[in-house]
Design a protein around this ligand. Structure first.
Ligand code: ADE
Length: 225
């Protein structure tokens, strides 16, 4: 998979991709993440990527031309499955969407800033808009990092078996059961006996029950869905 992220703050995105699982996924050649500085595609003297809003109002608007230049350049090099715009009013990003996007070959993610992008970008250049939650971030960069992480870890070969994404919360519509590690007793606080029993079927049943119980208590909406 290849992910091209278009941003006016590429440095903000360097660190999430230079550590741990996302770094290893790139080193293994499973995914390639390319950051594109929007200013490199600006044509004005000062390389501006934003301007005042027509009709007035507070806040700058990201200009269409640098964005179009960048997307056009990328599309001339390969076909893209989706051109995704990070926006608080986009479709809410969920595990099923992560699963779906993890099967794609090439993705473009556009990070918004200020008051957002010129509406014509959304009308003509974007295929999908995603939000990571009902709150407003300073820009789409952190959202792009969150979404990339959720997608990349699902690609076969990225996680080792023991950290397999199949047992994650939400993968079966339930949140994950509690987990414990050594010591089996700490300050009198004990690990449930069943987990120490070595009885695989009973352990699996316990995990399933706890998953269900937790989902009922914490995220009943998931069961309704
Ligand atoms: N940009 C600003 N806020 C955002 C959000 N909640 N999700 C995605 N992109 C955003």
């Amino acid at each position: 998979m290849r992910i091209d992220i278009i941003t006016c703050l590429p440095r903000l995105l360097e660190s999430p991709f230079s550590d741990s699982i996302l770094k290893r996924a790139q080193q293994k050649g499973i995914v390639s993440v390319q950051l594109h500085d929007l200013r490199d595609y600006a044509t004005s003297k000062h390389r501006s990527t934003d301007d005042y809003a027509f009709g007035g109002g507070a806040g700058m608007v990201m200009m269409i031309e640098p964005i179009d230049n960048c997307i056009t350049q990328l599309k001339s090099e390969r076909a893209y499955d989706e051109v995704i715009y990070m926006s608080p009013d986009g479709e809410l990003f969920t595990q099923p969407i992560a699963n779906e996007l993890s099967l794609k070959e090439n993705l473009i993610m556009l990070c918004g800033h200020y008051k957002g992008v010129d509406e014509r970008v959304r009308e003509h250049l974007i295929t999908r808009e995603l939000s990571i939650g009902d709150y407003v971030l300073s820009g789409g960069e952190l959202a792009a990092a969150v979404i990339s992480d959720a997608i990349i870890r699902l690609i076969p070969g990225v996680l080792s078996d023991e950290t397999s994404a199949l047992t994650d919360s939400f993968q079966d519509g339930l949140v994950a059961p509690p987990v414990y590690t050594r010591p089996a007793e700490y300050k009198g606080w004990k690990v449930p006996d069943v987990l120490l029993s070595g009885h695989e079927a009973k352990i699996a049943q316990w995990k399933q029950e706890k998953s269900l119980e937790r989902t009922q208590n914490r995220r009943p909406g998931l069961l309704r869905d």
